[in-house]
Design a protein around this ligand. Structure first.
Ligand SMILES: NC(=O)c1ccc[n+]([C@@H]2O[C@H](COP(=O)([O-])OP(=O)(O)OC[C@H]3O[C@@H](n4cnc5c(N)ncnc54)[C@H](O)[C@@H]3O)[C@@H](O)[C@H]2O)c1
Length: 396
């Protein structure tokens, strides 16, 4: 299978990525799905060009054309894949289409970035992994939580060992107003109608797995629903509005994840990581700020009555970073989901240009997605503890 490599003359890339392989040609990408899919910065990246856009809805196709300044318009995804010279495809369609579209694009020799979740069943995830391994094409899941600035800070603190051992973690995703998106403007159900909450775990697991550095290996979950028409009639036979899973990590720590479509708390995507040297609590919707708790060191450790070190709470201004300096100059613009969209755009394009797996590669994408699929099964079985399959990690 052909894998494109871009060796070449120095371009703008080398200036912002020391050691990076520069390329002579931009990555030519086609985008399918014109709502969420129109909120990325492919048109601003110096190494990318939007070569084709696709949607079955004309207004959405118009949006894609306008945002990405691209006149090559398709209503049929398979026809877009035949567009001459396409290197990569961005899949931003409803979740039930992700694996089919990613697999079809990969088999057509395209690299793929896909909206979350990676897939909706273990069997779908196996097919996705098989396609990537067989072809050598690159796959990335566009997990916005991974590039939220607080999560970047936590990932890098963890890499430097600043948490000590992360002994417990939590993450929650409360989607306000999802009921509205469960119906279209004709009041017909959309793909979100009754979507199982734990089939959409990645905004939480996409914090926990990369920050702890551990896979999730088992879960016991509890779901809650009521007699609402959505819970009774959806195509997924899902009875739950909300589900909470208590996960065990591969090294035996507890991690609590809640995905909720229906509760009164204000929308949020947040995590907290409790280490034995430091803890990080992301801001809460009611207003408490990002909070870093560190055990004071260098001889100033205070000891409580039981002889344990006492935490020193730091509410640091310095935590409010945006990491924009890591992006090429034209991309240093505000973007969606905590500024994550520009970073996702950049990482996918650079991974192709540098002929490497992206950060949220297929192995990571599956490690964020599969735990929720098993958690939903556990909730359906009344909280039965279930093992989560491990699909491994990207080869070095
Ligand atoms: N923070 C995040 O990571 C985040 C946020 C929002 C949405 N998403 C994900 O992005 C995806 C898209 O979300 P959305 O809110 O834009 O959904 P949506 O249903 O509003 O829009 C999907 C678009 O895909 C188009 N489409 C559907 N079937 C198609 C087909 N066969 N060929 C071409 N186009 C087709 C639709 O016309 C529509 O414009 C979803 O999977 C969602 O889970 C992720």
């Amino acid at each position: 299978m052909q894998r494109r490599t871009f060796l070449t003359a120095l371009g703008a890339t080398a200036a912002f990525l020391p050691g990076a392989r520069a390329q002579s040609q931009p990555v030519r990408i086609g985008i399918v799905g014109g709502r969420f899919g129109a909120t990325f910065q492919w048109h601003l990246h110096p190494n990318a060009r939007v070569e084709a856009v696709c949607d079955i809805s004309k207004p959405r196709l118009d949006t894609l054309s306008e945002v990405y300044r691209c006149g090559n318009r398709y209503e049929d995804f398979r026809r877009m894949l035949q567009h001459p010279g396409l290197d990569a495809v961005g899949v931003f369609t409803p979740a039930p289409l992700h694996v089919w579209m990613a697999e079809t694009a990969i088999n057509a020799g395209k690299h793929v970035i896909s909206a979350v979740p990676a897939g909706l069943s273990i069997e779908e995830l196996e097919r996705l992994l098989e396609a990537v391994e067989r072809t050598g094409m690159r796959y990335m899941m566009a997990e916005t939580s991974y590039y939220r600035p607080e999560v970047v800070t936590c990932r890098e603190m963890a890499e430097r060992g600043e948490f000590g051992t992360i002994v417990y973690s939590e993450a929650e995703y409360h989607h306000e107003g999802l009921l509205e998106l469960m119906f279209d403007d004709r009041r017909l159900p959309t793909w979100r109608h009754g979507f199982p909450p734990m089939w959409y775990p990645t905004h939480c697991t996409g914090m926990i797995v990369p920050v702890t550095g551990e896979r999730l290996r088992a879960v016991s979950a509890i779901g809650w629903g009521d007699d609402h028409e959505v819970c009774r009639t959806n195509a997924y036979h899902n009875p739950f509005w909300n589900t909470t899973g208590l996960f065990e990590t591969e090294r035996g720590k507890a991690s609590r994840v809640t995905v909720a479509w229906h509760l009164a708390a204000g929308g949020t995507e947040r995590g907290q990581f409790y280490g034995d040297r430091a803890s990080f609590l992301m801001d809460r919707p009611e207003g408490s700020p990002d909070t870093l708790v560190r055990i004071a060191r260098n001889g100033q450790t205070s000891i409580d009555a039981n002889g344990y070190p006492e935490g020193k709470v730091e509410q640091q201004e310095a935590l409010q970073r945006d990491y924009l300096e890591r992006l090429p100059e034209p991309m240093r613009v505000p973007s969606g989901h905590g500024g994550s969209h520009t970073h996702l755009t950049h990482e996918f394009i650079q991974a192709i240009a540098e002929d490497r797996h992206p950060a949220v590669n297929v192995w990571e994408a599956i490690a964020y997605t599969a735990p929720g699929l098993v958690a939903h099964e556990s909730a359906l079985a009344g909280g039965e503890r279930m093992q989560i399959p491990d699909f491994g990690r990207a080869p070095a």
